[in-house]
Design a protein around this ligand. Structure first.
Ligand code: SAM
Length: 291
């Protein structure tokens, strides 16, 4: 086993030795607290059978812990400059493979097919780059990879959005996507002080337990998500305005009003007041309008 990197001293030493400059724009805030790392791994409930997908291994602090608890770890890192560091910190961890590229552009299904036996459930564990937390979670939740559990560090404010309900300020399309697929839980909040460099915000570790059944049944999942996103596009606008501007077109106003009427939803309501069940009902009714 290589020396653990999860302390401020070792992380700073490695960064200095490799003359690595951290990029704020890539969300490079490395975790340097062994206790928190252990708790993250514990929350993921890993066994020696687990196959883990890590997004953004950075200098490898979390990756080392994952490799010690799981059968296999596939780590996707956008910043190729980290390769020499990861070669050093992950030396001897034979069950890790690092792939360089943007997770948002990668065909994750293909990566998993190449790296894992068929049909194994995947656990995602990561200290996510905060500038792309929402698109990453949306990709994981609405993609084809058979994900069982997601345990990730996110901004504290984002953690609040995951379990938010209609009427709450933080309720939005991320809340709906998450609750459609999974039961969200906040595992712990995490202070800024356990990162190098310290971010501007506090963080939280969350767990999403992906359910075998979806919360609601919809005829066309992709359309359901487009409808949800459009309904929240401009939060202060009414549902009918958002749908005209962001999903259909202005000349469809009468049809939109007719559908809202048929479903029993007041067109003056805002997206943020609709439950996931109302969105599902609307989605199925609007199908006829687009087909
Ligand atoms: N896992 C490390 C840790 O806990 O110390 C580093 C976490 S750091 C918050 C986020 C990492 O994600 C950085 O290494 C960054 O380069 C990487 N990253 C940023 N954007 C990414 C993207 N689109 N795809 C893959 N990795 C990304």
């Amino acid at each position: 086993m290589t020396k653990r990197i999860s302390s401020p001293k070792v992380t700073n030493d490695v960064i200095r030795q490799h003359k690595f400059t951290l990029k704020k724009s890539l969300g490079q805030n490395f975790l340097v607290d062994e206790n928190i790392l252990r708790k993250i791994v514990e929350a993921a409930g890993l066994t020696e059978e687990s196959h883990v997908l890590e997004i953004g291994p950075g200098a490898g602090a979390l990756t080392q812990f994952l490799a010690e608890s799981a059968r296999r770890v596939i780590a996707i890192e956008i910043d190729q400059r980290l390769e020499p560091i990861l070669n050093e910190t992950l030396q001897g961890y034979e069950n890790v493979s690092v792939r360089f590229g943007d997770v948002l552009k990668m065909d994750l299904q293909q990566v998993i097919t190449e790296e894992c036996p068929p049909d194994v459930p995947i656990t995602v564990v990561a200290n996510l780059p905060y500038y792309v937390t929402t698109p990453i979670l949306m990709k994981l939740l609405t993609g084809d990879v058979p994900i069982q559990t997601i345990v990730v560090m996110v901004q504290k404010e984002v953690a609040g959005r995951l379990g938010a309900v209609p009427g709450e300020k933080s309720y939005g399309s991320l809340s709906i996507a998450v609750q459609y697929m999974a039961d969200p839980e906040i595992i712990m909040t995490v202070p800024k002080t356990v990162f190098v460099p310290q971010p501007n915000v506090d963080s939280a570790v969350i767990r999403l337990n992906v359910r075998p059944d979806k919360k609601v049944e919809v005829a066309d999942e992709a359309f359901f998500f487009r409808l949800v996103r459009a309904s929240f596009a401009q939060r202060r606008k009414t549902l009918v305005n958002n749908l005209m501007n962001n999903l259909f077109s202005k000349d469809k106003k009468d049809e939109i009003l007719a559908v809202l009427n048929a479903v029993g939803i007041d067109p003056g309501r805002r997206g943020e007041t609709l439950t996931i069940h109302e969105f599902a009902k609307l989605s199925d009714h609007f199908q006829n309008l687009i087909n």
